[in-house]
Structures are given as structure tokens and as C-alpha cells.
Design a binder for this molecule. Structure first.
Ligand code: AMP
Length: 475
């Protein structure tokens, strides 16, 4: 998972890119980068947080009224500087590109680019494949008189070749800013608009929250398979190039997106509140009589709030969070994850002691966080602990850009009784997938991590390949 932003303006965009990106920092903390263009490209990227990689001096070199920015959460490709985005190509003319997502026919695409075009790719990052595929298709057009339709045609052919889940933004030198989505529209991408004395300007971002900070209005979201081009005169062109059945990632609402974002016309906070109400059905059915409901900050707050209201039980902020420690999941080793989880949360004993506590988290993946929280609550004197997951059991790996671990690491594959025992809780309640699907019956979401129904062709082949690789590497 990554966060991406692209802006085209009548003035330098670097300040807005940095502000916007900082609102997306939750989407990736491994690396970040920005490319701008005036007469030439300016690029700066590095490993770590925005505040580590960018300072006044580096930002002052990023001139240009058009630019793109990326925060990275490594899924495909190692966590080294070679894989930090944006990537650039200087043919057929300069293109800088960023993406959020994952290509699943990586090997096939890499091979065909090698064989057909003799490209020797430099990284293990799937963005390089999209960039080179797109660039090679553009190169076949009449470059001295390139039309918007030529760009959309190259997008369509890229989408046909690059199978997976992705939202991309490209800065095309002297032409404009292009965003396009995979045919199922799995990953989020919003379009923003701002009125200026020179006329309207537009931008793209993974989440609408960026636009709030930059004074843009949220105009729309990219449709599945859609390409949107902002030309050099700041005019907007749109075309659905290659569309399949919509399958927007439900996990964006459950965990990934910020609560103040609006994705696909749904406010994340409100969806979490609705899901909290649905959860209450299962908690009530279990016949539990808790004294209070607490959340695992921060993503579980809205689930907990409505769950508590439905149960008629007080909600308390029972866990204090150190906001200066990153998302523990994003750390690469289990040991690091465990120690960070311990440092991150501290129970407020006065609320917990001698209480029967419902603790709500957005999800349980490997169980590291939940087990640690249960221990903290026990040490704080909780009488009984009922753990509630706002996500149904995660039983299948996400291969569309959310790093959910390999199947065998997913604790949700075990029985609820066994998981409850492992966590050391008095009760464990998961959101019901059926209830969720019933509630969202008019929507078309991707629930693959819960039910294994992968919307994209060739997904099973990719999973088999991943499992095989993993086994080989463990040998
Ligand atoms: P775990 O400790 O492995 O069970 O992970 C669950 C915790 O990580 C939950 O508290 C979630 O808030 C968070 N989480 C869930 N999915 C992800 C993800 N794909 N990336 C980062 N964090 C996640």
C-alpha cells in the first residue's frame, strides 16, 4: 500500500505536494519521493519518513508547476532506494510515474518487455513494468502531434497487459499529468479541483483528505479502468479505457484510509460507524455483559463508538497511544513488530481495573498486536476481556498491494476457539462476513482477504508462485 499525489497548477507545486503527502504518510513509511517538472525533471527520493527525506534545501530544488509525490509501503520489491518512487524514463520523452498497488503478472510482463523491446529492467518493482510498458506504447504514436486519444489508447493497452490492482499517476514532460486505474478499480484515487484567479486547477490523490489541506474540493473518484488527463492548459480529459467489474478494496474503509477521507463518495468515519452497528449484532448474540467498550487507537475508534452505543455501554479511551511510533505492521521482522507494539500502547488502569472490557480493533492479521494488547489489559487488572475484530477473519493473503502476510501466517485460518485461546481472551468476536456483504449488497467490493474470491484473473497462479517462492527461500 502506498500514498500518491499529483498536482498541476499555475504556480510552483512543491509546497502543496509536501503538505498533501504528509496527509498520506499513514499509507507508507518505508520511502518517499517527489518529481517536478519545469524545463527539466527535478527528483528527490529517499528511505524513511517525509520529515527525514525532505528539508528546506531539498524542497527548494524541486521547481515546477506540475509534480507528483509518493509515500511507499513495500509490497513488491525490496525496501531499498532503487525501489523508491517516482521512477523516470527519458523515452519517448520524459515520464515520471508513481503507483499504489501490485501487478500480479510481474514475471510474464517482465519477460515480454525483455523479449519484445530488449529492456533490461533495473529493479524488482512492478511500477517499472507499468512505466516501460506505457512508454513503449506511447513511443509508437506520432510524437510530434500527440493527441489525448493517443495517450488514452496507450493506457488501454497498458491496462490490458498489466494485470493486478493499481492506481498510477504520471507526469508527462511538456504534456501534462495522467492518472489511471486498473480495470477493477481496486485501489483508491480521488480527483480534486481548486478555483484560482487563472482558472480551475486539478489534482489527484489516493485519499481526499489531502485536498482538504490544500483547499481543493473533492470532484470525483477515478472509475474502474478510467484514465484522467490534465493537459498543459489545465484542462481535464477523462475516458474509461478498459473496464471490468468493480471491486473496490473494503479494507480501505476498515483499516487503511484515514477516517477523515471520503472514498467513492463514502466517508470512512461513517462507514466505520455503520460497521460498528453491524458488529453489535454479534456481540449481543454472544450474550456478553461488558462494563465498557474501548478501542485500539486510532483506526478502531469509530467502530467502538457505535458498538458501545448499540450495547448501551460506555465507551472510554482505555489505551493511550504514543503517536510518534509508526504503524507496527509495517516493520519487517516479527521481533521489531512485537517490541514496537509494546512501546506504542499503554492502558489507562483507572478505566480498566476490575472491569469486563470489550476491546475493539479493526482487524487481526498475525495476532501479534491483539495478543500484546490482551496482556496489557490483563496487567492493568481487567476482570474479563472480550476481543472484537471489526474485520471478518482474514484467511487469504492480499495480493493487491496490502501486505497481509503469507497464508500460513494468517491467524484467522484457525478456529475462533483456538485463536481466543492463543490471545488469552474470555471471548473473541469477529465481524460476520455475511452481515457485511448483506449490508453492502448494492456495492461491489473486493473481499478476497476474507473469502478467497479474487476478482482479478491469474490471481491463483500468483498466490501459488508466492507460496512456492516462500518455501524455496525457507529451505
Ligand atoms: P497483527 O498484529 O499482525 O494481528 O496485525 C493487526 C494490526 O495491524 C491491527 O491492529 C491493524 O490495525 C493493523 N493492520 C492490519 N492490516 C494491516 C496492514 N495491511 N498493514 C499495516 N497494518 C495493518
Amino acid at each position: 500500500m502506498c500514498g500518491i499525489i499529483g498536482l498541476s497548477s499555475y504556480k510552483d507545486v512543491i509546497d502543496d505536494l509536501l503538505f498533501g503527502l504528509s496527509a498520506l504518510q499513514h499509507r507508507g513509511q518505508n520511502a518517499c519521493g517527489i518529481a517536478t517538472f519545469d524545463k527539466v525533471f527535478h527528483l528527490h527520493k529517499g528511505l524513511g519518513l517525509l520529515s527525514t527525506v525532505f528539508n528546506e534545501q531539498t524542497a527548494s530544488q524541486l521547481d515546477g508547476k506540475i509534480g507528483i509525490g509518493h509515500v511507499r509501503y513495500a509490497t513488491q520489491g525490496g525496501n531499498d532506494i532503487m525501489n523508491a518512487q517516482p521512477f523516470t524514463s527519458n523515452f519517448p520523452f520524459g515520464i515520471a510515474m508513481i503507483h499504489n498497488g501490485n501487478i500480479i503478472n510481474f514475471e510474464e510482463l517482465r519477460k515480454s518487455l525483455n523479449e519484445e523491446n530488449h529492456y533490461l529492467l533495473e529493479t524488482t518493482n512492478d511500477l517499472e513494468l507499468i512505466l516501460y510498458k506505457f512508454a513503449s506504447l506511447l513511443a509508437k504514436k506520432n510524437l510530434s502531434n500527440l493527441q489525448v486519444d493517443d495517450i488514452f489508447d496507450a493506457v488501454r493497452k497498458t491496462q490490458e497487459s498489466a494485470i493486478g490492482a493499481y492506481a498510477t499517476i504520471s507526469l508527462i514532460a511538456n504534456r501534462g499529468l495522467l492518472a489511471f486505474a486498473d480495470p477493477h478499480g481496486i485501489r483508491p484515487m480521488s480527483i480534486g479541483k481548486k478555483e484560482t484567479p487563472n482558472g480551475p486547477i486539478y489534482g489527484f490523490a489516493s485519499e481526499s483528505t489531502c485536498f482538504d489541506f490544500l483547499g481543493y474540493q473533492l470532484l470525483d473518484d477515478l472509475k474502474p479502468g478510467e484514465a484522467v488527463f490534465i493537459d498543459n492548459n489545465n484542462l481535464l480529459h477523462r475516458q474509461v479505457c478498459y473496464q471490468k467489474k468493480r471491486a473496490f478494496c473494503i479494507f480501505e474503509y476498515i483499516y487503511f484510509a484515514r477516517e477523515d477521507s471520503i472514498l467513492q463518495k463514502k466517508a470512512v468515519a461513517e462507514e466505520r460507524m455503520k460497521m460498528g452497528r453491524i458488529l453489535a449484532k454479534k456481540v449481543k448474540a454472544a450474550g456478553l455483559k461488558p462494563d465498557l467498550v474501548i478501542d485500539v487507537p486510532s483506526s478502531a475508534y469509530f467502530f467502538a463508538k457505535t458498538l458501545a452505543a448499540e450495547l448501551g455501554v460506555p465507551y472510554e479511551r482505555g489505551l493511550a497511544k504514543n503517536n510518534h511510533i509508526g504503524r507496527s505492521f509495517i516493520l519487517s521482522s516479527q521481533k521489531e513488530r512485537e517490541s514496537t507494539a509494546r512501546l506504542k500502547l499503554n492502558p489507562i488502569r483507572q478505566f480498566i481495573k476490575d472491569k469486563k472490557v470489550v476491546v475493539v480493533d479493526d482487524s487481526i492479521v498475525r495476532g501479534t498486536t491483539s495478543r500484546n494488547i490482551v496482556n496489557l489489559l490483563k496487567n492493568a487488572g481487567a476482570k474479563e476481556i472480550y476481543f472484537v475484530s471489526a474485520a471478518p477473519p482474514i484467511q487469504h493473503p492480499c495480493i493487491y498491494g496490502i501486505d497481509m502476510a503469507i497464508g500460513s501466517e494468517l491467524i484467522g485460518r484457525n478456529s475462533v476457539e483456538d485463536i481466543a485461546q492463543y490471545l488469552g481472551v474470555d471471548a473473541l468476536i469477529y465481524q460476520s462476513l455475511e452481515d457485511l456483504e448483506e449490508f453492502y449488497k448494492d456495492e461491489q467490493f473486493c473481499y478476497a482477504c476474507f473469502n478467497g474470491k479474487y476478482p482479478v484473473e491469474k490471481s491463483k497462479d500468483y498466490i501459488d508462485m508466492m507460496e512456492l517462492d516462500r518455501k524455496r527461500n525457507n529451505c
